[in-house]
Design a protein around this ligand. Structure first.
Ligand code: M6R
Length: 590
């Protein structure tokens, strides 16, 4: 999983390309590199985040009006300078950046080495410039050599190639990894994702699998894999560059949490579209959700809602485990795929299988992403670009879509009314931030955390724990409140922090009792509950919410405080919450 950019301008290209690739750092930050063309290929690359590498080797100080760049999330080969992209051919005339995985690279490499090609890295990618070189040496131009190359590749790719023999063009191609084109009067761009080009243009062409592109300064030619030209629509993006920037906050994650009240309103404005989509569903008697990570937790809340409100049998399958459950799908199952990026490889793979048998719906944030093009129906979550690796506002927007879906399926106007009241209640979460900061300071040195909830709020416990793990590196576990006595209670010791999610509603008495059992064993309780709850008066660390937020609505509001808690512990521990180690925003490998 990586990010790529390419551009041709009528001026020095490096400063623009480096600004663009910075916008893709959420896709990987193990290494960065740039290649430009003058009378030779000029390369600068190194391992580490863009800022660190730039301070050492000055990435923008490289000449040329045409160039490509890459940020890497290592898959094949360690995150070293040698493995950083771009990768060159033996004669150093051709340079390539690539996102994806070439599954048959070992065979290709052996073949190329037997023909005399010398490799300098451990990457799967390096076979690509050597193959292009081989086909150019046989008399093909860069376009035809790239076409012949991708015919040999098994796996996924979004790639860009340049060559000093054809210094006026970039050739790009995609299969199962995202690639878009940005069109502007000053030149043209290709990139893995829209934020990379928003400073330059809002006119975008989305490439499909097996399409090839030739980018020139004044011309963009999109072709199928037989090199026949295709008519492509140019879409105007309504995100402005500021929307993709930090907007004055120290981190994207904090900015994105603060956007949540607005996101709730924006996503609720999709209500009538969701109603229309619901009216198009065929008959179904079972629902399956398929998702990963945070989107999986949103799906679990969907399961609780559908089972309790609509009485339709529902299950939630982790996308990476989907193949073990696919055999029971039928044409009366509605399969719902939830993904903020729309590019998660496990989810995309499951969708491609499920759509052959069942009706499919995708709930996605990124417009035009791969998953939106595969599903029968698409609901956009409208959260805007999310740059922080930890999903925050996109999670909330997924939940709003799920609640609206359930409300429309059940013609439940009361639920719709409740939803339309919650944006103001979300504002109040943001106002509890000072209290959250104090709690964060107090518990920043803890080694373990437990998160406890019941029913609709059990997935909130899981999501609270995931957020803490991923951005603070503290071990955390989410449990259903009633489950601790079956084993995990043995781990409760003096001083261990336990976050109890205790909204008003029918589950309250049982959850309250479970939390008392934990407290009696010496745990430090951090309770999230109603401001009218007298039973939590003696709890020192608590976050209290408007009492109108009952247990059904609580997942939409309480999670904001848990996101803020993780954020502030991360900052207290001097960790960059936007770029947690070993993770990336968009997981495009299975
Ligand atoms: O783009 P997706 O929603 O499909 O991503 C799924 C997970 O990779 C993602 O939710 C991940 O768990 C987040 N980093 C959580 O904050």
């Amino acid at each position: 999983m990586c990010g790529i950019v390419g551009c041709i301008l009528n001026k020095e290209v490096a400063p623009t390309i480096i600004e663009s690739i910075k916008k893709l750092e959420y896709r990987g930050y193990d290494s960065v590199g740039i290649a430009t063309l003058t009378d030779k290929v000029n390369i600068k690359k190194g391992s580490g985040k863009i800022k660190e590498v730039d301070e050492k080797i000055h990435l923008t100080q490289v000449d040329g009006n045409i160039g490509i760049a890459h940020v890497r999330w290592a898959t094949h080969g360690n995150p070293t300078k040698e493995n950083a992209h771009p990768h060159n051919s033996c004669d150093n005339k051709i340079s390539v950046v690539h996102n994806g995985i070439i599954e048959n690279y070992k065979e290709l490499r052996e073949q190329l080495e037997s023909e005399g090609h010398e490799f300098k890295s451990e990457t799967d990618t390096e076979v690509i410039p050597h193959l292009i070189e081989k086909y150019m040496n046989e008399g093909n131009n860069l376009l035809h050599a790239t076409q012949k190359t991708i015919e040999k590749l098994v796996g996924s790719y979004a790639l860009a190639a340049i060559c000093i023999d054809e210094p006026d063009k970039i050739i790009g191609a995609r299969k199962e990894s995202p690639l878009i084109v940005g069109v502007s009067p000053n030149g043209n761009f290709l990139a893995s994702d829209v934020p990379a080009i928003l400073n330059e243009t809002r006119e975008v062409i989305y490439l499909e699998d097996n399409e090839i592109i030739q980018l020139e300064k004044d011309k963009v030619t999109v072709m199928n894999n037989q090199l026949e030209p295709l008519e492509k629509e140019i879409v105007t993006i309504d995100w402005n560059p500021e929307m993709a920037e930090k907007g004055g906050y120290p981190h994207f994650m904090l900015k994105e949490i603060n956007e949540e009240p607005q996101v709730i309103k924006d996503t609720l404005s999709e209500s009538s579209k969701i109603k229309e989509i619901v009216s198009k569903f065929k008959n179904f008697n079972r629902i399956c959700f398929v998702a990963c990570g945070t989107s999986y937790h949103a799906s679990l809340i969907g399961e609780y809602l559908i089972e309790t409100q609509l009485h339709i049998p529902t299950e939630v399958i982790l996308a990476s485990e989907f193949e073990y459950f696919q055999n029971t799908l039928d044409d009366h199952t509605l399969v719902i795929f939830i993904t903020q990026s729309g590019e998660t490889a496990d989810t995309l793979k499951a969708l491609k299988t499920a759509k052959k048998i069942s009706e499919t719906l995708a709930i996605v944030n990124v417009v035009g992403s791969s998953i939106t093009r595969e599903a029968d129906h698409v609901i956009y979550t409208r959260a805007g670009p999310e740059i922080g690796v930890a999903a925050t506002k996109t999670y909330l927007s997924q939940l709003i879509c799920i609640y609206l879906l359930v409300a429309h399926l059940g013609e439940n106007d009361e639920l719709i009314d409740k939803l339309f009241k919650i944006a103001d209640l979300a504002e109040e979460s943001i106002q509890r931030e000072e209290n959250i900061k104090k709690i964060a300071k107090k518990y920043k040195k803890s080694k373990d955390f437990f998160y406890i909830g019941r029913g609709f709020n059990y997935p909130t416990a899981l999501e609270g724990a995931l957020k803490l793990k991923e951005i603070t590196y503290i071990h955390a576990e989410g449990y259903p409140a009633g489950e601790l006595k079956h084993g995990p209670l043995a781990l409760i010791d003096d001083g261990i922090p336990v976050v109890g999610i205790l909204p008003p509603g029918p589950s309250y008495p049982k959850t309250y009792n479970n939390l008392q059992e934990i407290r009696a064993r010496g745990a430090h309780m951090i309770i999230l509950g109603s401001e009218d709850d007298k039973q939590i008066d003696d709890v020192e660390d608590k976050l209290v919410f408007n009492s109108e937020i009952d247990e059904i609505i609580a997942p939409l509001i309480y999670i904001i405080d848990l996101q803020l808690l993780s954020y502030h512990i991360s900052v207290e521990k001097d960790i960059d919450p936007d770029k947690p180690k070993n993770l990336a925003k968009s997981v495009t490998v299975v």
